[in-house]
Design a protein. Sequence first.
Length: 255
Amino acid sequence: MNLRVLPCLLALALFGCSGKDKDPTDAWEMEQLYAEARGAMQSGDYEQAKTYYRALEGRSPFGVYGQQALLDLAYVYYKTEDTDQAIETCERFIKTYPQNAHVAYAYYLRGLAESNRSGGLAQRFVIVDLSQRDPEHVLRAFEFYSELVGSFPNSIYAADATQRMVYLRNLLADHEVEVAHYYLRRGAWLAAANRARYAIEHYPRTQAIPDALAVMARAYRALGLEELATDALRVLELNHPQHPEIRTIQRIRRG
């Protein structure tokens, strides 16, 4: 090979490599980059949207586009069920831009992401293995929504967050009563009574309260604590006279 040609070939090779590695978005204006990111997100091309939003945040971390990019990126993570990244991105936005006009949305989206963890919260807890049915994520979602409502009571997200908190409280109460029934079926009377009482004390005015009272009445009766059993049954009869467990508990008393 002609040695004079070698430097030219080398230069062409280097130029070609640098051309391949060059990010085409580097030449875009911020407005174009944001428009492309937004378009990718709206069309459902979430992976491309992530790439654009990350590039946008890196170029303007404290600018208007960079701030909106971080918030949109959190939403994209939420839509792709990357829950940890969605929550981490929301929290980073909250800490970095606490005065942003859309910070309440970051609180709300964080709650949504936590709520949807493990396939969503519509499924009731089924007690198979208590160690695998920890309602930690339900409780965290409740706390996230509570923080939103407490910090931004007049935001457009507060009303919906409040309704979600009602649902989550009912779900947490249901879980406690399911655990109480689990212990009741196994003859762990004291554990059943304590778990039912916990539900009543910590989640009053929830749909699980009647069942919790029934568990307490049956468990206390089995323990021979007749006064406590009678009190629980009396409250159940007074407030929920049609509850199906009342006759069963009465028969246990007569027997």
